[in-house]
Design a protein around this ligand. Structure first.
Ligand code: SAM
Length: 344
């Protein structure tokens, strides 16, 4: 076991405790069927093509591969994510094709009110940075007459997938290894692959839930996916250059989270990107046990302090504040989301 305690008796107790927690975590995810695991974290606002934290993780990888070369494209992709999230919210209200076309007319006229619907400034600013016609025109025109119930067409959802794929297609692979603990059913990897990033690096994903790994292997037989435990990572110290992980730590007990953090820092040689979905700017964690696992609200300061025991620098990005200051966007769907970029 990974944890170091002075007394053998204490070590044994801790081992047993994490063994039980591990069994309960496995039970928590194995209760879903494979089809549910395949889809439920890549839908709607979680779709990694438009989810801001997934976009930031891909940018983390692209920056490690290419430095600042693609900064302008990365900014446009974040804007795309904001536009898509705004549109999805709009489509959940009763809105018809005529109203969407009125939004387009308003944007073209450089005005901000479409028949009573206020258009946020980040939408009109993004529109003005694009040549005509552009994906926003397509998004506001695609809807079948008098209904918005059909999902946004795949080719529009994949606008930046097509762009990145084209931009990266002639880049040679680099000697960079990347680890993703708690990879789910290749939820982010499937887009890291389709965006043309996966072929440039050496990826390993693991998850405690064997059904997730079977799904991942079925989709990507050539990629490296295995069953594994973030509390006891099966790898040498500094085995990977980089690591990224999404939405894991809130589901662990605080003690297990500390172990998982030390494990991830142990096996990573350089930078780590962590996405959290439930944090707050307070000095206390709020621990909430739900059935067999946790749904904690983590303290930003305490979590940062735990990381700082192992690494030299932690950059904290509060997604809501980041989008407000960079794009004037005040309507992110999850105000409690944070991404940490960590330098070892
Ligand atoms: C909320 S899901 C997130 C999945 C994926 N990272 C994403 O963002 O879509 C949490 C994942 O963590 C996995 N998990 C939970 N505890 C784990 C552990 N100790 N080691 C490895 N994976 C774990 C679960 O099986 C599940 O796939």
């Amino acid at each position: 076991m990974v944890n170091c305690f002075e007394h053998c008796g204490e070590l044994k107790i801790v081992e047993e405790r994490f063994k039980l927690e591990t069994e309960r975590l496995i039970r928590s995810w194995m209760r879903y069927d494979r089809a549910t695991l395949h889809d439920y974290l890549v839908e709607d606002v979680e779709d990694p093509r438009i989810n801001i934290q997934s976009i930031l993780t891909r940018h983390f990888l692209i920056e490690r591969l290419f430095g600042e070369q693609f900064d302008a494209l990365m900014e446009q992709e974040l804007r795309f994510g904001l536009v898509m999230n705004w549109l999805l919210r709009l489509l959940k209200k009763p809105v018809n094709a005529g109203q969407l076309q009125a939004v387009l007319g308003t944007l073209l006229a450089e005005e901000d009110n479409a028949e009573g619907l206020e258009i946020p400034s980040y939408i009109s600013e993004t529109f003005s940075t694009l040549r005509l016609p552009n994906y926003i025109c397509d998004l506001l025109n695609w809807t079948p007459v008098e209904t918005t119930e059909a999902p946004v067409p795949e080719y529009l959802m994949s606008t930046f997938q097509a762009i990145w794929h084209e931009v990266l297609v002639s880049e040679p692979p680099q000697n960079i290894s990347v680890l993703e603990p708690a990879c789910g059913s290749a939820n982010d990897y499937r887009f890291i692959e389709s965006f043309g990033i996966a072929r440039l690096l050496d990826y390993t994903g693991f998850d405690l839930c064997e059904k997730n790994i079977r799904n991942s292997k079925q989709m990507f037989p050539e990629a490296r996916f295995k069953v594994g435990n973030a509390l006891d990572i099966d790898a040498e110290d500094n085995a990977f250059d980089y690591c990224f992980v999404h939405d894991l730590f809130e589901h662990l007990s605080i003690e297990a989270m500390e172990v998982a953090i030390s494990e991830i820092c142990r096996v990573t040689r350089q930078d780590i990107c962590i996405g959290f979905f439930n944090m707050h700017d307070s000095d206390q964690h709020i621990v909430k046990a739900v059935d067999d696992y946790h749904w904690n609200k983590l303290s930003v300061g305490r979590t940062k302090a735990i990381l700082e025991r192992h690494v030299s620098g932690v950059q904290v990005i509060h997604i809501d504040k980041f989008l407000a200051s960079k794009f004037g966007c005040g309507d992110t769907h999850n105000k409690d989301a944070y991404t940490f970029i960590i330098r070892k």
